[in-house]
Ligand binder design. Structure first.
Ligand code: SF4
Ligand code: SF4
Length: 459
């Protein structure tokens, strides 16, 4: 049985991730739970009967179910991801791609069509009811407007239905807005919060704030009831500011799901690792913001902490995405929009040549083995292993002296938020979390949940 004890103040969260079971206990309970999980039947002999029967009653003594399946190594992706352009109408202060200022590079329609053909064919061979296509970045996809419309028409003309989405900054003309509302199935808008935050972090190329334009877009999405999500980037000082930005989005948009990622870089065109202090500030701010979101009936997500999810892969891009950039290279992450990216060599697993997809099997094997490299080592005894699954490789690998090396800077943040979410779930479930979804907890119950910390069993 796989079990962990996670210290939290003077007690422990006792956690069976595969069973989706968590509760709080003292040192004696933690010791007992670990030895029972180690299949030491004698360990319960001296324990008070009421404690053993409590563990039995909540299901702690059950064996583990099968772990989530490993991804299929055969590469038959059914999602086309088109990295459209490095041009952008914004100049975000933290932009990892340094978009808008580099020599313009756009994806051609021919490259898009080749990738669409391949994923449609894969979906047919895999008996899928549809294939997917996503317009993504390296810049703002709607800047490559003609190709975006033509690729959409092409995908819609295929023999299988296509679900089409875009990840965008939401600064659109009214014609673009009408077209998106009428032609796409799902939208993710990058929006950082209040006008003050948004205008400071995400100005237009002219320097003018972008908030009022993006809020117009979001209002149109709400009015049209088109499914959409918001993607926030939170920067220092986090505490105080970020929770209020989440409150603003809850009060001024109808969005049900908000994803936030912290940015620690102070220059455009790079990712920077967090210091321990920065990570702690983000964790505190995230939990404050989480509570605000839940009380408003919204879902706030940080990618490194997903206790509701059991998986063997941090993300499906390297398995289910056929991701093409303007150079015609097939890459394994949405962020590798150009060959200038530091992880571009590692992430390039093929190319489009003469309207044909050529996969470099050796490069792909190298990439997959890098994705798995942490699992038997640093992740092996980590209570997040089935949720974080080795983390996002572009955020947890850095290049030093030309070599790709592991960076564990995000692990503390991932573990701290996962543990605090588990504690929150335990409180919300009267002391024992059995995998229930807390994401749509109604405000009244959420308030009650916050008051039931004492209900956590102090055995
Ligand atoms: S973060 Fe996105 S919207 Fe902002 S400058 Fe970069 S590509 Fe453009
Ligand atoms: S938090 Fe770190 S050690 Fe734990 S699963 Fe994620 S990458 Fe592995």
């Amino acid at each position: 049985m796989e079990a962990y004890v996670i210290p939290i103040e003077d007690k422990y969260i006792i956690y069976r991730p595969l069973l989706r079971l968590a509760f709080v206990g003292n040192q004696a309970m933690a010791d007992l739970a670990l030895s029972l999980a180690d299949n030491d039947p004698s360990s319960g002999a001296d324990a008070p009967g009421e404690i053993v029967s409590f563990l039995d009653k909540i299901g702690f003594l059950k064996p583990d179910p099968a772990p989530p399946p490993a991804p299929d190594p055969a590469y038959r992706p059914t999602t086309a991801v088109l990295l459209m352009t490095n041009r952008c109408n914004l100049r975000c202060t933290y932009c990892y791609a340094n978009a808008g200022v580099l020599k313009p590079e756009d994806l051609s329609l021919e490259l898009a069509q080749t990738v669409i053909d391949q994923v449609c064919q894969n979906a047919i061979e895999r008996s899928r009811p549809h294939f997917d296509m996503c317009f993504h970045g390296g810049g703002e996809p709607t800047q490559a407007w003609t190709v975006m419309k033509e690729a959409t028409a092409y995908a819609r003309s295929k023999e299988l239905p296509c679900k089409i989405s875009v990840v965008s900054n939401g600064v659109w003309s009214s014609q673009q807005r009408d077209w998106v509302l009428n032609n796409l199935d799902n939208v993710t808008i990058s929006l950082d919060g209040s006008p003050e935050t948004q205008d400071h972090q995400r100005p237009l190329a002219s320097g003018e704030g972008s908030s009022r334009y993006v809020m117009e877009t979001v209002a149109a999405l709400d009015a049209a009831r088109l499914p959409y999500g918001l993607r926030m980037t939170a920067t220092a000082p986090w505490r105080g500011v970020f929770p209020e930005d989440v409150r603003y989005l809850c009060e001024h948009t109808g969005c049900r799901s908000i994803q936030v990622e912290p940015a620690f870089n102070i220059r455009r065109g790079e990712h920077q690792e967090s210091t321990r202090k920065q990570g702690e500030a983000f964790v505190d701010a995230f939990m404050e913001a989480y509570e605000i979101a839940v009380q408003a009936g919204r879902n706030l997500v940080y990618s490194g902490a997903r206790p509701w999810l059991l998986t063997q892969t941090f993300c499906s891009a390297a398995y289910e995405g056929l991701i093409v950039n303007a150079a015609g290279h097939l890459v394994t992450c949405y962020e590798i929009a150009s060959d200038d990216h530091l992880l571009s060599d590692l992430s390039t697993v093929g190319q489009v040549v003469d309207s044909r997809i050529e996969i470099d099997d050796a490069a792909r094997d190298r990439l997959l083995s890098m994705l798995d490299s942490r699992k038997p080592t640093v992740c092996r005894d980590c209570f997040c292993r089935w949720h974080c699954a080795g983390d996002c490789y572009t955020r947890s690998r850095v290049v030093e002296d030309g070599q790709v090396v592991d960076s564990l800077a995000r692990c503390d943040t991932n573990r701290a938020i996962t543990a605090r979410l588990l504690l929150w779930y335990i409180m919300a479930c009267d002391g024992v979390w059995r995998g229930q979804s807390i994401l749509t907890y109604p405000p009244a119950q959420a308030e009650q949940a916050c008051a039931t910390v004492e209900a956590c069993r102090p055995l």
